[in-house]
Design a protein around this ligand. Structure first.
Ligand code: NAD
Length: 253
């Protein structure tokens, strides 16, 4: 039988109940990882646990420092941490309220700072074992410092901050066996994207517009993104750190 690419590894994923996080949890489990899938939606987590015996689930609101600390104590050392949680606040600078701005930074950036602080000591200890490397994967976006998009003021600012945070982690811990990379997807067909399309004034046109900006002529599927998460969590990417990995269907050609 083929050895899974993540055999023996423990991978924790935030926002894993649906969308990219869920597909990533399933893909990591299929490659032999023990997966800890966390989210705020218990019923969807339950259905994820039912889909694979390698997936353990835990309710986790990444905005709660105490909940994050408790989970880190309970779970122990990780080989890979995928900080996937994030939200889109729609609008230009003049549309963006202080509440939108603050919520976006809280969920998209501070949660990664908080999660990584909680799990980093255990990961660094694990990386001391000869031949071991540990990996932090932070969910950014092509809408960030990579490329500007209309109506993505707070979102683009947070995802650019994620890239900066990721590069600082990579620089500070490269000699201790920790790798940190930022994943930058194009437009992915997920429940949150479907929500944005449905809430547009003209949903049919909104979907056409999202597709029109994709040179490949289609939205990304979650299964177009999950293989990059597997790669970054695996030892195949052992010489890759501090990078922004675009999976964008050619938008930034
Ligand atoms: P999604 O809406 O399909 O799933 C988001 C998940 O986040 C949900 O399961 C939700 O319960 C969970 N969540 C919300 N608040 C949370 C909290 N406080 N704590 C823990 N979990 C919470 O989203 P998606 O489209 O798969 O996006 C996932 C990530 O990918 C986000 O960071 C997003 O910015 C990023 N991203 C998405 C796209 C896209 O086009 N869909 C493109 C680039 C980047």
């Amino acid at each position: 039988m083929r050895q899974g690419r993540l055999q023996g590894k423990t991978v924790l994923i935030t926002a894993a109940a649906q969308g990219i996080g869920r597909a990533s949890a399933l893909a990591c489990a299929a490659e032999g990882a023990r997966v800890i899938a966390t989210d705020i939606q218990q019923s969807l987590l339950d259905s994820l646990a039912a889909a694979s015996p390698a997936i353990e689930v835990a309710l986790l609101d990444v905005r709660s420092d105490s909940a994050v600390q408790q989970l880190a104590q309970r779970v122990g050392a990780l080989d890979a941490l995928f900080n996937c949680a994030g939200m889109v606040a729609n609008g230009s600078l003049l549309d963006c309220s202080e509440a939108d701005w603050d919520q976006s930074f809280e969920l998209n950036v501070k949660s990664m700072f908080r999660m990584t602080r909680a799990f980093l000591p255990g990961m660094l200890a694990r990386a001391q074992t000869p031949g071991m490397s540990v990996s932090v994967i932070n969910m950014a976006s092509m809408a960030s410092s990579i490329k500007g998009f209309t109506n993505r003021c707070a979102y683009g600012a947070t995802k650019a901050a994620v890239i900066g945070l990721t590069k600082s982690l990579a620089a500070d811990y490269v000699k201790q066996g920790l790798r940190a990379n930022a994943l930058c997807p194009g437009t992915v067909d997920t429940p949150s994207l479907r929500g944005r399309i449905a809430s547009a004034a003209d949903p049919v046109q909104a979907e056409k517009d999202f597709i029109a900006r994709q040179p490949m002529g289609r939205l990304a599927l979650v299964d177009d993104i999950a293989p990059m998460v597997v790669y970054l969590a695996s030892d195949e990417s052992r010489f890759v750190t501090g990078q922004t990995l675009l999976v964008d269907g050619g938008v930034t050609i």
